[in-house]
Design a protein around this ligand. Structure first.
Ligand code: NAP
Ligand code: GLV
Length: 309
């Protein structure tokens, strides 16, 4: 059995070593692969060039290296009938919850204001608010959204979440669907986007959405750049409707050099690193899934390509 692997950042031999340790019988080939395409059973990929996966006639499953599969869904030549599996693994989940917690606390504790004061050499104490004075609202109550909310619980924020289908989560006020969107936003002071990018969620962070938040709310986008209408955010920052933003993902990555976000004093940004798949733990999830399929059982975390996530 053979698996072809293409990851985004060079982790040296970490993937190959983890695969060898967890599944010694599996032959692992790195991208680009020059051998017989018919010999490849599985692909574990991040952003493969469009049309490339179609070259492998015997693929049994395509594993996304990341949680998001928009990089695969956008391929018009994605092989039909081959299941696409999104990444669900504890390292990726833990990293995202760390980032979301950090970003929420940054906004809650006025760190953008203190950064501005520092640049201006101003020594001024801003009034500290108790956590329960703020509601953190998470768009997307999937694997990552739910874990982030769990990790935020001990701080004492009021917590809310929004998903497509109804949910019940202890300590979290849950809203769903278009009908629940305005009510969810009305009390949300720190908005976190952890949605998958689909035709339905594209551009969800826009002027209309910002206007439904309490004035001075903060926005954290760790979903995809396509969720945010960037000009709408710039306008909302200028007007003060949004007091600050933490952005990890952008319409164009890397962010163009002349983009206003680079210099914006009310934007904290990172280069799409909110979380990274950890080869050592991810491999266990992938191997367990391959073994499930080889034993005639159903794969876990298969994407519904019609729904887009
Ligand atoms: P997931 O488990 O599939 O959860 C997706 C959630 O979004 C579900 O709760 C789903 O609702 C909700 N949703 C989808 N479409 C919706 C719609 N139209 N309206 C309302 N809710 C909708 O995904 P995940 O593993 O948590 O990952 C979420 C996303 O995070 C990924 O797709 C990826 O884009 C992003 N991500 C970013 C980074 C980074 O470094 N920046 C890292 C990892 C992941 P239901 O529960 O009702 O189905
Ligand atoms: C990263 O962006 C991921 O989808 O895992």
């Amino acid at each position: 059995m053979a698996l072809l692997i293409k990851t985004d950042i060079d982790r040296g031999d970490a993937w190959a070593e983890a695969l060898a340790a967890n599944y010694p019988e599996l032959k692992v080939y790195n991208w680009p692969y020059k051998g017989d395409p018919a010999a490849i059973d599985y692909a574990l990929v991040w952003q493969p060039p469009e049309g490339e996966l179609k070259r492998f006639p015997n693929l049994k499953a395509i594993f996304s290296v990341g949680a998001g599969i928009d990089h695969l869904a956008s391929d018009p030549d994605l092989p039909e009938g081959v299941p696409v599996v999104r990444m669900v693994e504890p390292g990726l989940t833990a990293g995202m919850s760390e980032y979301v917690t950090l970003a929420v606390l940054n906004h809650h504790r006025f760190m953008l204001d203190y950064a501005a004061q520092r640049r201006a050499k101003v020594w001024e104490e801003l009034l500290q608010l108790p956590a329960e004075a703020r509601q953190v609202g998470v768009l997307g109550l999937g694997v990552l959204g739910r874990d982030a909310l769990e990790k935020l619980k001990p701080f004492g924020f009021r917590l809310a979440g929004w998903s497509r289908s109804p949910k019940s989560i202890t300590g979290v006020t849950c809203f769903h669907g278009e009908g629940g969107f305005a009510e969810f936003l009305a009390e949300t002071d720190i908005l976190v986007c952890l949605l998958p990018l689909t035709p339905q969620t594209e551009g969800v962070l826009n002027t209309e959405t910002f206007a439904k938040l309490p004035a001075g709310s903060a926005v954290i986008n760790v979903g995809r750049g396509g969720h945010l209408v960037e000009d709408d955010l710039l306008e909302a920052l200028d007007s003060g409707q949004i007091s600050g933003a933490t952005l990890d993902v952008f319409q164009e990555e890397p962010l163009p050099e002349d983009h206003p976000f680079w210099e914006h004093p009310r934007v904290f940004m990172t280069p799409h690193i909110a979380s990274m798949t950890v080869p050592e733990t991810a491999v266990r999830a992938v191997v367990a899934n391959i073994q499930r399929l080889e034993a005639g059982e159903a794969l876990q975390h298969v994407v519904d390509m019609k729904r887009g996530y």
